[in-house]
Design a protein around this ligand. Sequence first.
Ligand code: ZN
Length: 454
Amino acid sequence: MLWTITLLAASAQSPGVQRKSVNPAIARVVEEVSEERIAAIMKRLEAFGTRNTFSETDHPARGIGAARRWIAEEFRGYGKRLEVRFDKHAVKKGGRVWRDVEVVNVVARLAGKLNPEREVVVSAHYDSLNRIPKPKPPEADPLDSSEEDNEPTSRADAPGVNDDGSGTAAVMELARVMSRYEWDNTILFIAFDAEEYGLVGSRHFAGQAKKDDRLIEAVLNNDIIGSEVAGNGRAANRAVNVYSNDPADSLSRQVARYVRETGGRYVPGMRVDAVFRADRFGRGGDHTSFDNAGFGAVRFTTPAEDYSKQHNPKDTFANASPGYTARVAQVNAAALAGLALAPAPPVVTRIGTVGPSKGRRLPNLSRGKSGYDARIRWTPGKAEADLAGFAIVMRATTAPFWEHEIYVGNVTEYVMKDVPIDDCVIGVKAVDKDGNESLVSAYAIAPRTDASVQ
Ligand SMILES: [Zn+2]
């Protein structure tokens, strides 16, 4: 393709910038993730008997109340720099929520040194479920087991080690490791409540964040990262699935690409399999609450689920693989640390219908003076002292991942000769002096509807 050649000729590197190298600050936290600690947390979470949202809250050793008090205590024990709080919401009966209940997320905040307002979230749900089907009348459909007997379900043992003690353990271990160091941006470590009753805890949190106009740049949600052998015997202990909602250049998809890139660089023993889909068929997770609220969010999950050991008493530590959970936590650590050091993503406008601009604001991406070039403009996300410059990335419209990259220096406009903007995707990202890279801001075209075709 013509634009490939043009790019190669222009791909000058700036001498002062470390590009695509290993940042020791990131490599260190990846290294420090401890399988032993993760295993100990998974076991401890199992020992609460149940963490069902409707289970006991006052018992000292059993039920969701004891579990969340312990999680908060652990967070506090990791050091004074973590600000720990319970994010509480009174939720009325409705939907799967079968009686009024207080839903309580556990949030640990590690304030960023340079940009406390810019936030990255790593999350999981600490509630568990042992689904006890309602006794059915004889004429009922025998295959319909969706109705639970709520009262017994809230009392039964629900070890929930894989779903989602594994994700919770990863989040807690990341809080321990990362809170020993300072980061440019704020990191929120969150254990959500009531995921099993319709993403209730995360929905409240994400809704409030949207209302407050919070600058959450990315959400890494971990749910079911504790098994490496599927129910049919298929093993997948060196790969993790990362789900992201459509379209091809959604914020969530850019987060997925970022995770795949940094994971591949810092944890080469793990393969990050990006899955271009919101989630598994008929299944949900807390990342969706954030995606719905307009934030970029992905879900980490094992490709080797064992359905016979989910939402029942068999979801135990004995049936879990903490070594696998630790490897997934390492992939999280790489992406999280990268995002916590990254400069702000550049601001670009989405492109409307392309045509003569007739006094309208010029789009950030145009065909330039010649009509046949790619003229790319952007605004820095934030003035940052250690910003080195920007890199432009490109791929074919049918390609899943960025194929070409060109570092253009500290400018806010760049022209690529003879690059037709109509048959490729172009994005731009910020790069700091240590080589830390922001998420890509892509020049995406909004899907056309009947109303926009004239
Ligand atoms: Zn789950």
